[in-house]
Design a protein around this ligand. Structure first.
Ligand code: ADP
Ligand code: TRP
Length: 329
């Protein structure tokens, strides 16, 4: 089986953009590959954070992912900083990476602008650590949202450069996108994101979600109930697509175009369908919250397995680079 690798930052909450844009796909395909899912705490520390929060967020992310349907028995979900091989391979990859490539990365430029007071070397080196994450397991398939494609292409370049210089060691990894790689936020203007506050989390109650959805933007052409609209221009319709079955979706689209259905009715149907997707996740989350020991044990065992696999790659890499002392060969 091919190796699947993906990562997610432990940033405290999971929103429906994360779920429908990435995690749902991880759940669907996890058994088709040897799957690794990594909670990337070493990436998360490249921006300022609170230690107490981080401790909580790492475990919460594990609970959240298991609640979404990541298989606790078969998928290797683990915490990045538990496996030293990621940082070791980062150092090695640093030496085959041109500085200019890192300075050109879109996410670096954005984050450097947002965090002017803390543009640290780690922020610049972020994509190299990401390449090491994937390649230390010889990952080939990397399911992510659209915003990560540049980083995955960069990882492929790193693998190529290393292979050219030191001999064939790493596979060329590829991003795997879902059919909904970019979910818009409630504001309708930009992608749903933690940092923008335009999100619906997976663990909010129906009432809390309604409070947000009821005042969310729709097609600006529909000022009054009698105005016809264009579903493709409507933020709520773009989210309907995620949770509403095709036939019903067509009815809603027609209703919008002919002013047969009002925005509030449309939003109610969306809410009901969204809750059908979220209810089982919230249910599983509750169950798992009472099995914290089981989750901890899985994370510990998985990290031990990863140390072994990553350790083997590091030995091979060092051998290819001439870093193994002659008396050990
Ligand atoms: P955020 O952008 O909210 O900080 P992360 O960067 O932690 O989210 O993203 C985790 C995963 O979810 C990544 O694979 C990312 O590509 C995906 N993702 C995040 N936001 C969206 C979105 N609005 N639409 C689709 N996928 C998304
Ligand atoms: N940078 C990714 C994000 O912000 C998270 C990540 C870290 C990742 N390492 C990875 C994703 C390796 C895929 C593969 O979403």
């Amino acid at each position: 089986m091919k190796v699947l690798f993906t990562g997610i930052q432990p940033t405290g909450l999971l929103h429906i953009g994360n779920y429908f844009g990435a995690i749902r796909n991880w759940v669907d395909i996890q058994h088709d590959y040897t799957s690794y899912i990594c909670i990337v705490d070493y990436h998360a520390i490249t921006i300022l954070y609170e230690s107490e929060e981080m401790k909580k967020n790492i475990f919460e992310m594990a609970l959240g992912l298991y609640a979404c349907g990541i298989d606790i028995e078969r998928t290797t979900l683990f915490i990045q900083s538990e496996v030293p091989g990621h940082a070791e391979l980062t150092w090695i990859f640093n030496t085959v990476t041109p500085l200019g490539d890192l300075e050109r990365m879109t996410q670096f430029k954005d984050k450097a602008k947002q965090n002017r007071a803390n543009v640290n070397v780690g922020l610049l080196d972020y994509p190299v650590l990401q390449a090491a994450d994937i390649l230390v397991y010889k990952g080939e398939v990397v399911p992510v949202g659209e915003d990560q494609v540049q980083h995955i292409e960069f990882a492929r370049d790193v693998a190529r450069r290393f292979n050219v210089r030191y001999g064939n060691t790493f596979p060329e990894c590829e991003a795997l996108l879902t059919s909904t790689p970019r979910i818009l936020g409630l504001d309708g203007d930009s992608k749903m994101s933690k940092s923008k506050g335009n999100y619906i989390t997976l663990f909010e109650s129906k009432e809390e979600i309604w409070r947000k959805v009821s005042i969310a933007k729709t097609d600006p052409a529909r000022m009054r109930r009698s105005d016809a609209g264009t579903p493709e221009k409507c933020n709520i319709y773009s989210m309907h697509i995620l949770v509403t079955p095709d036939k019903r979706l067509e009815e809603i689209a027609t209703g919008c175009r002919t002013a047969g259905i009002g925005c509030i009715d449309c939003k109610r149907i969306f809410l009901d369908n969204l809750m059908k997707a979220l209810d089982p996740i919230q249910e599983r989350y509750k169950e798992l919250s009472n099995q914290r020991e089981r989750v901890r044990e899985a994370l510990d065992n998985n990290a031990a397995h990863c140390r072994k696999v990553a350790g083997e790659t590091i030995i091979e890499v060092k051998r290819n680079m001439g870093l193994t002392p002659v008396w050990k060969i």
